[in-house]
Design a protein around this ligand. Structure first.
Ligand code: MG
Length: 158
C-alpha cells in the first residue's frame, strides 16, 4: 500500500468559469490558473502522483508547456490515473475536501463524482467533502478556494 497527499489553492477572479471536479458551477467568479484552475482535480492529481512517488503536478504538467494551457483538469487527471495503471498500481481509495465559503457545493457533489468517473476514478472509491473556512483568512474572505486529497494506492504487480 502507498499513500499520497495533495493540496491546491487558486485565486477567485471575475470573468472566469468556476470549474470544480470537472463541473461548471454557477457562480459570479471563477478560479484563475494556467489550466482551468480546478483545485479539486489538482489536489487529487497530486495525491495520486505522491502515492506513486513521482514528484508533483508541476513536474508532470509544467505551466511552461503549452500542451496543458487551458487544459481540462479532468484530462490531466485521466493522464495521471492511466500513468498509475501503467506502473502497476490500482487506486484503492481517494478522500478529498474542497474548502470554500461560497458557493454551496453539496448540491453538486454527485455531478462532480460523475465527471471524475470520466477520468477513470469510480464514485465507489471517491469521497468528496465540502467545508467553509468559517469566514477566516483568504478562503473566508472569498479570495480563493482550496482543496485537499489523500490517495491510497495498491500495488497490483511488482
Ligand atoms: Mg492548481
Amino acid at each position: 500500500m502507498r499513500i499520497g497527499i495533495g493540496y491546491d489553492s487558486h485565486r477567485l477572479v471575475e470573468g472566469r468559469k468556476l470549474i470544480l471536479g470537472g463541473v461548471d458551477i454557477p457562480f459570479e467568479k471563477g478560479l484563475l490558473g494556467h489550466s482551468d484552475g480546478d483545485v479539486l482535480c489538482h489536489a487529487i492529481i497530486d495525491a495520486i502522483i505522491g502515492s506513486m512517488g513521482e514528484g508533483d503536478i508541476g513536474r508532470h504538467f509544467p505551466d511552461t508547456d503549452n500542451r496543458w494551457k487551458d487544459a481540462s483538469s479532468i484530462m490531466l487527471l485521466k493522464h495521471v490515473v492511466d500513468l498509475a495503471k501503467s506502473k502497476g498500481f490500482e487506486i484503492e481509495w481517494i478522500d478529498s475536501i474542497v474548502i470554500t465559503e461560497k458557493p454551496k457545493l453539496a448540491p453538486h457533489i454527485d455531478a462532480i463524482k460523475d465527471a471524475i468517473s470520466k477520468a477513470g476514478i469510480s464514485p465507489l472509491i471517491l469521497n468528496i467533502k465540502a467545508k467553509t473556512n468559517e469566514g477566516m483568512g483568504f478562503i473566508g474572505h472569498g479570495e480563493g478556494i482550496a482543496a485537499q486529497a489523500v490517495c491510497l494506492l495498491k500495488e497490483i504487480r511488482s
